[in-house]
Design a protein around this ligand. Structure first.
Ligand SMILES: Cc1cc2nc3c(=O)[nH]c(=O)nc-3n(C[C@H](O)[C@H](O)[C@H](O)COP(=O)(O)O)c2cc1C
Length: 476
């Protein structure tokens, strides 16, 4: 049977997300990112295309690695100005019924206690359609603005993220029992205190003794997205992620990354396919191959190589302005996105070494992933070939211009995939987790988060009376 293909849309609350320079294209509307209508129209369009979700990236710093300051990033509008992703979701949820929302926040920048409540709130308001893309950060400028000299070392950031998730699982999974809210006017009880547990967390980075502030939402834990592909990142993903976003410039690197992730999922005691893997890609399509090629040439004429190098310097943690444009990257140590460096140290699919110029050009349209150009049928062939050869579940689609790129995909590519029987004809009803796996709304028992349920092996909740005496809340 032909392999099914899933789509996610990749965006950010800024202009020309991963296509620096394309904000100058007359069809691009990303400068409207400050208007609610821009987001609600996009959400409705994606739902018409039966996308699994809209994935909204985020950073809390500037890309000031290239050239040693933020001027090139500002000139290019390279993810600066950038606004908050979470605040977009309620409005988009109000105009859609099925579309999932994967929002990005970092584990180093906000205490897990208020964050747990904000995500529970969104899970309630979306009817269980929220996902969280867990990132550990890669921009030193973000860490500096939180008062540190630099970001933590790469693997230490993941260690901190492990504890961050532990606190969240305890709050989301372990604090409130399903029937804690009784709303009983006869006995005059809104919540049964015996069914709400103090989590009693005391760790290296966080101390959270009390209860979660929100009552259980449809999914409790939002669908956990992750996007790190270094060895430490993959280990973290294997324990936590339910959807994994990968980005590779060649099919060979992508296939290696995916098989590493599938093996790591098994090593963590989960099914090889327990996480949906989406590969970053950009589609430029039109009625015919020639029209699509012309469109691609036109987009490329707007792409900024400098903007591409600003991004790649930030992702790699290397100031590429110090290299000659014809230099290969060679051996370098990175404290940023290690998988991004590793991907460009490999040869490309044509067996050539990547130079700095190639990398800047490549990243000028759609970021690190490939660009598929052609009619709906041609693009569908490429997507199916990449999915078959790399074992991904689907694609995380960046845009060249927005909403134009997504409109073209819905118009030209999705009908072909649907006709071939490899794209869904309707949504699976219910929460985002159920839509992705058809196994219910909550985390499955083999997932790490399930260990923190009341009475589970990871639970640190104190016995009810003891915890309330400690907190001084018990009235006897
Ligand atoms: C497709 C994709 C999207 C990402 N989106 C974000 C993001 O929005 N914000 C962020 O801080 N990091 C983002 N990252 C970075 C990763 O979450 C992770 O921190 C990074 O890959 C470092 O991990 P690694 O060295 O294990 O690869 C993204 C990575 C990929 C591949």
């Amino acid at each position: 049977m032909a392999r099914r293909i899933r789509f996610n849309a990749f965006d950010m609350n800024c202009v020309a997300h991963q296509s620096p320079g394309l904000w100058r294209h007359p069809d691009d509307q990303s400068h409207r990112y400050k208007e609610l209508g821009y987001w609600t129209e996009l959400a409705a369009l994606l739902e018409r295309g039966r996308f699994d979700g809209l994935f909204i990236a985020d950073v809390l710093g500037t890309y000031d690695v290239y050239g040693g300051d933020d001027r090139a990033a500002l000139r290019n509008g390279a993810q600066i100005p950038v606004a908050d992703p979470l605040l977009l979701v309620s409005a988009m949820a109000a105009v859609t019924e099925h579309l999932g929302f994967g929002i990005t926040t970092g584990t180093g920048f906000e205490h897990p206690y208020p964050f747990a409540r904000r995500l529970s709130t969104l899970d309630h308001l979306t009817g269980g359609r929220i996902g969280w893309n867990v990132v550990t950060g890669y921009l030193p400028s973000a860490a500096r603005n939180f008062g540190a000299d630099d970001q933590l070392d790469h693997d230490d950031r993941y260690d901190q993220a492990d504890e961050y998730l532990e606190v969240l699982y305890k709050l989301w999974e372990g604090s409130w029992e399903d029937d804690a809210v009784v709303r009983d006017p006869v006995r005059n009880i809104y919540v049964d205190p015996a069914k709400v547990h103090h989590i009693g967390h005391s760790g290296r980075h966080y101390t959270v003794p009390g209860v979660h502030l929100s009552e259980p939402s449809p999914q409790r834990t939002p669908v956990i997205f992750q996007a790190g592909a270094s060895p430490r990142g993959v280990r973290f993903a294997a324990e936590n992620a339910e959807a994994i976003f990968v980005a590779a410039p060649s099919k060979r690197v992508l296939a290696q990354t995916v098989s590493g992730i599938r093996a790591a999922l098994e090593a963590a005691g989960r099914d090889r396919y327990a996480a949906r893997i989406y590969a970053l890609a950009t589609i430029v399509t039109d009625a015919t191959d020639d029209d699509a090629r012309r469109k691609h040439e036109e987009y490329l004429s707007y792409a900024s190589v400098e903007g591409g190098l600003v991004f790649m310097s930030g992702w790699m943690g290397i100031d590429l302005s110090r290299y000659d444009l014809d230099d290969p990257i060679g051996e370098v140590e990175s404290n940023a996105i290690r998988s991004a460096v590793a991907a460009f140290q490999e040869f490309d699919d044509d067996g050539r070494e990547w130079t700095v110029r190639d990398i800047g050009r490549w990243a000028g349209l759609g970021g690190i992933g490939p660009v598929f150009v052609g009619s709906g049928a041609t693009v569908a062939d490429r997507l199916q070939e990449w999915a078959d050869d790399t074992d991904v579940d689907g694609f995380n689609l960046a845009y060249a211009v927005t909403p134009g790129t997504f409109e073209d995909i819905v118009r030209y590519v999705i009908p072909v995939l649907t006709e071939r029987g490899v794209y869904p004809t309707e949504y699976v009803p219910g929460t985002l987790r159920n839509a992705l796996f058809e196994r219910g709304d909550r985390l499955p028992p083999e997932h790490r988060g399930a260990r923190y349920r009341p009475g589970g092996p990871g639970s640190t909740a104190l016995p009810d009376e003891e915890s309330r005496n400690v907190a001084g809340e018990l009235i006897t």
